[in-house]
Design a protein around this ligand. Sequence first.
Ligand code: SD4
Length: 334
Amino acid sequence: MKRRKFIQNTSLGSLGVVAGATALACKSESEKEATTLATDKEEKNIPMVIATWEVPNAVSKAWSTLQEGRTALDAIEEGCKVEEADPENQSVGYGGLPDRDGNVTLDACIMNSKGDYGSVVYLQNIKHPISIARKVMEDTPHVLMAGMGAQQFALELGFEKENLLTEASKAAWEEWKKTSEYKPIINIENHDTIGMLAIDKDGNISGGCTTSGLAYKMAGRVGDSPIIGAGLFVDNEIGAATATGMGEEVLKTVGSFLIVELMRQGMSPQAACEEAVRRIVSKNPNHKDFQVGYIAVNKKGETGAYAIHEGFLATVHQNEKMKTYAPEYHLTGP
Ligand code: SD4
């Protein structure tokens, strides 16, 4: 459970954690500079990978995939698979916390630079939903497959049926049942979903998002992560964005699409992420009770990250360097 708690900056020394520039707080939205790890020429921003949370293994895998000369789409699939296979990440894939009935149900989507998109929702017993989402995109005339049909499709492709509920996640669920009165929870600490964006050496952008959704959700609940425009959006001319946190709020504001459209209008990725967070905050007097975080990248490889509450992290690999960093928090009030 430790990764699901708010992570303090001080615990991340070896990753080179940096806080966002305090100068941001003094600038107007439109003036805010985009964040980048590049030190000299703009082209060093690309190739790049950025992901939600502290996910160095996933980002490294995506980065090495790009270094092999493979596409941003390949990098996204390879990177997301790392978290899906990791039992320690209890928000994604194998080891994900179950719904309130004890079933691990997975949502994932992927989007390429041509604007194609594939998604699976409420998928059970298949460890790599990101790969099935890619197959939906590439091998079917559809964009979104759900439940048993998605599982059947995965099995036909040769993916194995596996039990994804680990002992640790089962124990956490048993513990939850003791006090929860079977009520689904809204929990600001309860997030580790991976949303990942990448730009390859040709400058093409892809993105992916994969999750087991909110822990102890009602059976059948699907969040923002697999829904185009909410959990993820890519426009190869402009940039891309992805979300983590309380999916219901991301869905209601179509957050990732909003961020890409704000970048289209000239905002930096950072300013666009902040505006999308502000949109949620301004509509929710109870925004103290839940977390939403966004990351974004524009065509130049400039990045942004922002969330309602402190504790959100982004991991970025760019210019041969990887960092996990916390955005500077400010200006989120209605
Ligand atoms: C959801 N957005 O299902 C996901 C949950 C999440 O880290 O991001 N967890 O609502």
